[in-house]
Ligand binder design. Structure first.
Ligand SMILES: [Fe+2]
Length: 295
């Protein structure tokens, strides 16, 4: 079974459409989303509709929650974006049925779920111990106590997003002859260190250009973050996502993928929110310019 894992789409329908096209080209059995479908970007309604239509499962992200309730502990740009998104969700008339369907969908997203196709996989947006809000950054690896606590909370694999940084953490357990346990962790970066230029014709994708593949041995435990579809922060603007392969026998594998999309169109959409006289909020231009930088 092949499962595409998406996260942090952030209302970027250009990136989401490009990734879905790539997924359709490579072929998977199922798509799952680890949350933050909306917030930041200019096209929340399309993103909700596409995720609802294409994803077998979607988790609640902190931005999904904030856009339905009230943004707390957000910086100014994120706060205003959440209020703008909430306004768009609430005023998406004239199609009242679609408005209600989207709100119903968002309000029932789970915060923590075991993946039905393989219950050894725990799915959250943030972390195994704080499902919606805790960040687990690549550099947190120095904090052994944090990782000990995080890895206690699941059986084999924890799929999580939230940081917008693609990464795999592996826990290795060694037991001495006298019974003493030693736990160590290592990190596999799911992306290239250098940033890449757009595709040769300015559109389309280079399939598997940054693909990194790892075997998930049964004796170890793993945290896997596919990175962000709609707002990567690892200095590579291409949309980031992953495929988990669950063979009938043997160890699962994970591969990381990057997909090109036209971020200039997203920046244009963000700039146009300034001219919407019916809405009391607008999106900060910074939310569009950062897409090109990839952080
Ligand atoms: Fe996010």
């Amino acid at each position: 079974m092949r499962t595409a894992v998406l996260s942090d789409i952030h209302a970027n329908s250009e990136a989401l459409r490009a990734v879905l096209a790539e997924i359709d080209a490579v072929g998977v059995d199922e798509i799952i989303c680890l949350g933050d479908v909306i917030g930041y970007g200019p096209d929340p309604l399309t993103c909700i509709d596409l995720v609802q239509e294409r994803c077998a499962l979607c988790l609640l992200g902190n931005h999904d929650f904030a856009c339905r309730t009230h943004p707390v502990n957000f910086n100014q740009a994120a706060r205003e974006a959440a209020l703008w998104t909430r306004f768009k969700l609430d005023t998406a008339w004239p199609d009242e049925a679609a408005r209600e369907r989207r709100i119903e969908y968002l309000d029932h997203l789970p915060v923590r779920i075991r993946y039905a196709a393989d219950p050894r996989l725990l799915c959250v947006h943030g972390s195994s111990r704080c499902a919606t809000n805790e960040y687990v950054f690549p550099d947190d690896l120095e904090d052994q106590a944090k990782f000990d606590r995080l890895f206690e909370r699941f059986d084999h694999v924890c799929l999580e997003g939230h940081t917008h940084m693609p990464v795999v953490f592996e826990q290795q357990l060694r037991i001495d002859e006298d019974g003493t346990e030693h736990t160590s962790y290592q990190r596999f970066v799911g992306y290239r260190e250098e940033s890449r230029a757009p595709g040769p014709d300015g559109t389309g994708t280079i399939r598997g250009a940054a693909s990194v593949r790892l075997r998930l041995g049964d004796g170890h435990k793993y945290i896997i973050n596919p990175g962000s579809v709609g707002q990567p922060r690892d200095r590579d603007p291409w949309a980031s996502w992953a495929i988990i392969e669950l063979p009938g026998e043997g160890d699962p594998t994970v591969s990381f993928h990057r997909t090109y999309y036209d971020w200039h169109r997203v920046l244009d959409m963000i700039r146009r929110t300034e001219h919407d006289d019916n809405c009391p909020y607008q999106l900060d231009e910074f939310l569009g310019t950062r897409l090109e930088r990839g952080y």
